[in-house]
Design a protein around this ligand. Structure first.
Ligand code: IMO
Ligand code: MG
Length: 435
């Protein structure tokens, strides 16, 4: 009998996504969950991500490196769907080395198919933002222009940095076009070929030892019953298709993005878990129906330290939106949730949950596709009494104040998926595992 392919292995391959607008606490969750798996893999986004991990008194922020990198015995993968700024990646590896964490090629695998974020992408990102009437509020890391080049089939990939002749011809082609745009459209100075070529050839030499066919690596590992945790970056409503376009990022942030971004087939994915904040935040522009309009924003921002981990920008804050998260659950196929930052709501007297939107007398319980509705919708709230007691560091569900338990249980009922984890602080230990 021929060998049967695509049979689900017994081990569990789990995807973690953000179900809101990013910054849901994916870093903490990944660091925590990766202790139990063999491999952690990023599959989209780039150094626009900012994933924070706190160990003891030390705080680490990862932008390109998977958040499991602190676990020495675990393997981390940067899959083909990630756009890599080599300077940023080397900088992150170097920063970790200075903190006593060595990242070896045995521990980190980078796909040769990753597209490279070039300096002209970063500059273009900023210039486009500066002339746009409807600003997106990008992170300025060149993510959009890099993904545009990928789709336009003129991108430079990691493997090209290892091939001097190919890099030369691709960079020449790119600069011929880009320099025209910079000088004629934006009246900016040209990029100099020789210095850029030498710089990126050198990055190829430095990153080369980490480069491999990560699709092959991941699939072989899965065949050998190893487990993989896929680390999503950004959040569902920043997805290029399902997000609040054009105020989105340029990749597929939903769970389906794992397959093109890693080369692992959908039949090999066992579970989708999402991180959600106990409230909602968003950085950058775009609609946000449950955004606070009063001093509560300052209070939550201060308590939750809601400042971007990548750009330091203050995050916009608002109530939990179950219309939004329900749509996330659908498009991602989420079966379990982790509620993050519950402790930030500790002393809020009344807590609201958005259960529908109202627009022109019509009630919407499904997330509306139409921006007209989204921009002008009035959220319909139900109010839950706060718990006015500390939850910071609580590790057992039954030890939470009764109203905090009621809040979680109400969310579970509205979302119809189980809330397996509740985070009560930024440290690994400050976590409730319900089952
Ligand atoms: P993590 O992984 C929150 C936002 C930017 C901007 C939009 C487009 O930490 O959750 P881009 O630079 O990607 O072209 O910007 O997306 N954005 C994020 N917001 N968390 C992130 O990542 C984000 N990455 C991008 O603020 O609104
Ligand atoms: Mg972040």
């Amino acid at each position: 009998m021929p060998k049967i392919k695509n049979v689900k292995a017994k081990t569990s391959n789990v995807v973690v996504v953000g179900a809101q607008w990013g910054d849901e606490g994916k870093g903490k969750l990944i660091d925590f969950l990766s202790q139990k798996v063999d491999i952690t893999a990023r599959y989209q986004g780039g150094n626009n991500a900012g994933h924070t991990v706190v160990v003891g008194e030390k705080e680490y922020v990862f932008h390109l490196l998977p958040s499991a990198i602190l676990h020495k015995s675990k393997i981390c993968v940067i899959g083909n769907g990630v756009v890599v700024d080599p300077k940023a990646l080397l900088g992150e590896i170097d920063d970790l080395r200075k903190k006593g964490v060595d990242v070896t090629p045995a521990q980190l695998k980078v796909s040769g198919l990753c597209h490279i974020v070039m300096p002209y992408h970063r500059v273009l990102d900023g210039l486009r933002e500066s002339v746009r009437k409807n600003k997106i509020g990008t992170t300025g890391r060149g993510i959009g222009p890099c993904y545009s080049d990928k789709v336009a089939r003129c991108g430079i990939r990691m493997i090209d940095l290892l091939n001097p002749d190919l890099l030369r011809s691709k960079l020449e082609d790119n600069l011929t076009e880009k320099n025209e745009i910079f000088s004629k459209v934006f009246k900016q100075k040209d990029f100099h070929f020789e210095s850029l070529y030498a710089e990126y050839l050198n990055y190829g030499k430095l990153i080369g030892p980490y480069v491999c066919d990560t699709a092959l690596f991941l699939n072989r590992a899965i065949d050998n019953k190893k487990s993989v945790l896929f680390e999503g970056a950004q959040g569902t409503f920043l997805d290029i298709d399902f997000g609040t376009y054009p105020f989105v990022t340029s990749s597929s942030t939903i769970s389906g993005g794992v397959c093109p971004g890693s080369g692992v087939a959908p039949t090999k994915i066992d579970k989708i878990l999402a991180a959600v904040k106990a409230y909602t935040t968003r950085v950058g522009e775009g609609p946000f129906p449950t955004e606070f309009s009063d001093s509560l924003e300052d209070e939550i921002r201060a308590k939750g330290k809601e400042f971007g981990a990548t750009t330091g920008r203050p995050r916009r804050c608002g109530w939990f939106d179950s219309v939004l998260v329900n749509y996330s659950i659908m498009v991602n196929g989420i079966s379990e949730l982790a509620i993050m930052k519950l402790d930030v709501l500790d002393n809020i007297k009344e807590i609201k949950i958005c259960t529908a939107y109202e627009y022109k007398g019509k009630r919407f319980t499904d997330f509306p596709m139409d921006f007209e509705v989204l921009n002008n919708a009035k959220p319909v709230y139900e109010t839950i009494a706060g718990w006015s007691a500390p939850t910071r560091g609580v590790t057992e569900f039954k030890k939470l104040p009764v109203n905090a338990r009621k809040y979680i249980e109400r969310l579970e009922k509205l979302l119809k998926v189980s809330i397996r984890y509740v985070s009560t602080g930024s440290k690994r230990s400050e976590t409730i595992i319900r089952y």
